[in-house]
Design a protein around this ligand. Structure first.
Ligand code: 13P
Length: 244
């Protein structure tokens, strides 16, 4: 089965010239691995500066939950139509860093999901438990994730046709401590059962551990942070995804 790799660049790189260079390198390299779907999610301000990629999708890291066609009084926010107009074709929502640092709630995320489903726009919905929950055991983690999904997808029937879930245990993000691939695979199966959607794993994915996750049939790909900021390293992950 072909895998999906999404590069989440978060608030990097600082200079737009570096974002353009990184995007171009990844675009050129990804061309060699046609069996893998690759998406890049640069910061909002960098998206329109990057020449339209040929082999990868361009996406954004967030979107506002309202999309009024005549704009609106929502200071600091970016609408789906604005993103479409600058060439984005998918969006990441519900990332744990937004939940934690910006107080984004499941209710807000649910509004975003509904708006995106209505607009038929592809999304990567992030869920995952904090360490305090995981330390109570894997069953507690499953319960936590199920509760997030229930709230995030409340009143939504056909999410699986328009989106993928990224399972990102919070304690594994940016820590170098990736999840146990067996457990990540079990969680992916569980999420699939609950939503019918494909599932990506995210959390300290590198070229060293990518195979152990991507070889699992239940894991449809990866959401990659730090390792996607280095074109060579991310290309290695794409190559691995093409071989599993
Ligand atoms: P890292 O790959 O840097 O751990 O980040 C994962 C992530 O949060 C991707 O959305």
């Amino acid at each position: 089965m072909s895998k999906l790799l999404i590069a989440n660049w978060k608030m990097n790189p600082l200079l737009s010239v570096d974002a353009v260079t990184l995007a171009n390198k990844i675009d050129v390299n990804a061309k060699k691995y046609k069996s893998v779907s690759v998406g890049i999610a640069p910061a909002f301000v960098h998206i329109p500066l990057i020449p339209k990629p040929k082999s990868v999708w361009m996406g954004a890291q967030d979107v506002f939950w309202e999309n009024p066609n005549d704009g609106g009084a929502f200071t600091g926010e970016v609408s789906l139509d604005m993103l479409r107009n600058i060439g984005a074709s998918f969006v990441i929502i519900g990332h744990s860093e937004r939940r934690k640092n910006l107080g984004e709630t499941d209710e807000m995320i649910n509004r975003k999901v509904k708006m995106l489903v209505k607009a038929k726009f592809y999304m990567v919905l992030c869920v995952g438990e904090p360490l305090s929950i995981r330390s109570k055991g894997f069953a507690a983690a499953k319960k936590y994730v199920a509760s997030q999904l229930k709230k995030d997808l409340k009143g939504v029937n056909n999410f699986h046709k328009l989106g993928v879930v990224a399972y990102e245990p919070i304690w594994a993000i940016g820590t170098g401590k990736s999840d146990n691939p067996e457990l990540a695979s079990e969680m992916a199966e569980y999420i699939k059962k609950l939503t019918g959607a494909d599932v990506l794993y995210g959390g300290s994915v590198t070229s060293k551990n990518a195979e152990s996750f991507l070889m699992k049939p239940s894991i449809n790909g990866a959401l990659v942070g730090g390792a996607s900021l280095n074109a060579q390293e991310f290309t290695k992950i794409i190559e691995i995804a093409s071989k599993v």
